[in-house]
Design a protein around this ligand. Structure first.
Ligand SMILES: [Zn+2]
Length: 405
């Protein structure tokens, strides 16, 4: 299959990317150590280091005196201000824009205040907010390498189109990538929100093989297997929302009963809480702010230890664990990372409950453990992920993207 170009400026070549990646992973390395970890010759390292220094991507960071012999070694580290990337998270309820420096550190963030259902107005608002975060951070604009967008699926990556995002009723086949590219003059990449979140986790954490379980307006899975972000044949990997986990569960908009997506929604959990007498009756389930408020109360009661409230979250954990278990066993994963706007309020009870529900179900536990964690990146994981897509495509020595321009 022919690979599509991204128009992002990649670093010099594969070996330059390998060296840059080695420096990023270790934070600081000398040229001698770089030759050891990359297998490149001392001469090659010295040429590449010169190029990276000239390009402003790395800087010299003091000297390390070796154990006895020879000259002290100069350490190289990433130059944080060398490049920046913008991340945009198109969440159905709030659009967030962040700016990351070359080390992946968030240096500015801002929600798009001009939230509108109309695509043109919203894209104008996003473009304006991008300029604001760049200005606020003090970054040189010419060092901004590109914009990553994390959008709900399904997406048409080939054409850069958002197909039918939930809760944005007038959005249908919106060519978001090109529209934002025209307004900002920057290269733009589009990916699924869950894939962006998984990519953020990979950049911030330790890679490996894991499932990012996103709990938001709908649920979705991002996958990293053997350190590589998995996208599938059309970049729409991770549609787990309609896996049936409870034959007696609520009717989903797909027409079937007990889908994990529908039965993880605050709306359904609030309904259960009312039925169990945890929350007072009379909440309008079509009123989103009212449901959000009731959901927050339910989560708080569960965290305080109210048993009927806890029970509801424990049952949710059982349904989620069923999906996690199957994917983990299928792909031999070493952990699940939870995130998304609904994760944080549920976390105090849900994390342990999922761990308990998985106890004994993970078939490979005799070979390696399976970890249940929450993202360390908080609610901005989608936006940070979008920006890290740009860093990933520009600076990762991923053999499958070498040659993309
Ligand atoms: Zn369904």
């Amino acid at each position: 299959m022919a690979r599509r170009g991204t128009n992002l400026d990649r670093v010099g070549g594969f070996n330059d990317a390998v060296v840059l990646d080695a420096i990023r992973r270790s934070e600081q390395l000398s040229r001698v150590e770089l030759a050891e970890v990359t297998g490149l010759s001392g001469q090659a390292i010295s040429n590449i280091a010169r190029r990276l220094l000239d390009a402003g991507l790395v800087r010299e960071a003091g000297r390390l005196r070796g154990a006895g012999l020879g000259k002290p070694r100069t350490l190289l580290e990433l130059e944080p201000t060398g490049r920046y990337s913008v991340g945009v998270h198109l969440d159905p309820s709030v659009v967030t824009v962040v700016l990351l420096d070359l080390t992946g550190e968030m240096v500015a963030r801002r929600p798009v205040d001009q939230y509108a259902d109309d695509p043109d107005l919203l894209i104008d608002g996003i473009a304006k907010t991008i300029e604001e975060v760049i200005a606020e951070s003090g970054a040189l604009r010419e060092r901004v390498t590109g914009v990553g967008i994390a959008a709900p699926g399904p997406i048409d990556v080939e054409r850069g189109v958002v197909v039918d995002p939930p809760n944005l009723s007038t959005w249908h086949l919106v060519p978001l990538r090109d529209a934002l590219g025209e307004r900002t003059g920057l290269p733009v990449v589009l990916d699924k929100d869950v894939t962006a979140a998984a990519s953020a986790e990979k950049w911030a954490g330790r890679g490996g093989s894991f499932l990012f379980f996103y709990l938001g307006t709908g649920v979705g899975a991002g996958l990293v297997v053997g350190d590589e972000v998995i996208r599938g044949s059309s970049s729409n990997v991770g549609e787990i929302g309609h896996v049936i986990v409870d034959p007696d569960g609520p009717v989903c908009y797909c027409g079937r009963r007990g889908c994990v997506g529908e039965s993880s929604q605050p709306r359904y959990l609030v309904q259960e809480a009312v039925a169990a007498g945890v929350l007072a009756a009379g909440i309008d389930l079509d009123d989103r702010p009212a449901v959000d408020e009731a959901f927050a109360r339910l989560c708080a009661l569960a965290a305080e230890g109210t048993s009927a409230a806890r029970e509801i979250v424990v049952r949710l954990a059982g349904r989620i664990a069923k999906v996690v278990e199957d994917i983990a066993n299928l792909l031999d994963l070493d952990r699940v990372v939870f995130g998304g706007p609904h994760w944080e309020p549920l976390a105090p009870v849900l994390g342990d409950a999922v761990r308990d529900a998985l106890e004994g179900r993970f078939l490979l536990r005799a070979v390696h453990p399976f970890e249940v964690t929450g993202t360390a990146l908080g609610t901005d994981v989608g936006a940070i992920g979008a920006a890290s897509l740009v860093l990933d495509r520009t600076f990762s020595p991923n053999p499958s993207v070498v040659g993309e321009r």
